[in-house]
Write a protein that binds this ligand. Sequence first.
Ligand SMILES: [Fe+2]
Length: 581
Amino acid sequence: MAHDDSALTRRQILAGAGGTGLLAAAGPLTILGSARPPRAASGSGGAADGTPEQIHLTWGADPASSVTVSWASPGQATGTRVHLSRGGGFGRTVRAIQRSYTDGINGETVWTYHAQITGLAPETEYSYTVTADNDSSPEPFAATFRTAPAGRAPFRFTSFGDLATPNTQWVLSYGQSAYAVGAVESFKPLFHLLNGDLCYADLNPASQPDVWQDFGNNNQSSAANRAWMPCPGNHEVEFDNGPQGFTSYLTRYLLPDNGLLWFRGRWYSFQVGSVLFISLDADDVVFQDAGAFVAGPAALTPVASTGNPAIEPGTSFCIRGYSGGAQTAWLERTLAAARSDPSIDWIIAQMHQIACSSSATGNGSDLGIRQEWLPLFDRYQVDLVLNGHDHDYERSFPCRGFDSMVGTEVATGQPVQTLRPHPVTTDDTGVFDTSRGTVHLVLGCGGTDANLDDYGLDKADGLPQAKVFTHPNRPEETSTPDVYARAAADAVEDATWSARRDTSTGYGIAVFDVDPGAPGGMTSIAVTQYHAAGADPVNPATGAPGAPTPNYTEFETFTLVRPRSDRPGGARTSEASPATA
Ligand SMILES: [Fe+2]
């Protein structure tokens, strides 16, 4: 489907291309130096500035005993270290490792540091400082964190994706991203899940390190106090930054090891209490092409020092299938081990792109996830899937199996296979047994300037309608020479799985309170979606203009329940995914 790009609104570009069509649509790109103090280049003379910034925590392999403190500095730091103490005691010093890279587009070198702390006591508060020999701040940065409990225990976590930065100089950035970080702090979770599309640096290709810097410094007010656990989204895929474009992401985050040398950091798991969290990279399985893209008419030309050639109009960085099945094989091994582990009750998956979304102005659903991973989620009773990608809030009913051949191809009106997830109930009681089906939550409601809380409707039957990608949508030239676009999803289906959609705002935060329950009984997770009503730049339902707001109020609350794994006779796995058509 060819578009006249000049006739597309910003919103249409975002919808059709996952927010990536903006890249070069505004005209020729000129790579200019940053307005802020330059980072020291590798090997340059003079004293580098090693002052820590963008400080953030992630869990180590075992959140009850290990935490990683990560940061960046404007120049190469020396003697980088974290000093850790507990209850006013002397404590210990942990040296950091250095990771750096040179951005493949603008040639800036980025320096990051990671102190991996192990041997901590569970459910314990620690104080720490971060410094370096060439730290120019008057006092070292200081903060506190708390380790996870050991064994079955109650805890709280929060989640959203699609955060961006508060610096509106950058494409897709918006003031709500600062309030969103404040919202995480206000709920004081043990940790936060950040579901991909962290800062959209790829949409600002001349300034990628600066966008990441604004993102990291915005998050620090929460992420220095509690772990923020990310997954990659399509906008972490950057030109000339590594085999999947993830070098910026992977340099900044040192994540739990998945044991796969070539794929470290792309996906991982960790356990807190009786919950196994599995973080996945859906870029590996989705049909939609939404990573870095040069729309044209100008090429994107990296600075000469990078040695990288111009990237021609119509080029997109599509990484579908990059792991060659390694991720899905790891996922199955991890799920099988979890469902035979008596210490695990819940399995919660985090990924950016979505199996179940009915946003009309957003991307919609993707058959790739449904084909590759939903059969495993069915077999191993994954309880909950947390997504980003569409900048709104949507909850599914518990789903198991699929309805076959109920999609419609947009171009022809012919039936098409979308493997539509089958709801095991459409009674919205507010309490759902997820041992019977998986609940999907779209939480792309972090802080971008492009709310997508406009949802599909099948006018013929009045039911919610979802767009579904069933084929790749590689760039095609539009009617404007040398200008390319990626088409919207190619199919639609009645979204019988859709339970609740927030039409009042595209901004919010989900809060999860895990109750481990009693031995041999049931366990529950109370979920509340808080939303920032009035934050939409323009609400699609009412046309009302809005502005960023710090006020997050309750939108809805519901409870997930399931039998504990120590309940006699409790089912641990289900039959292979049934077709129910
Ligand atoms: Fe996305």
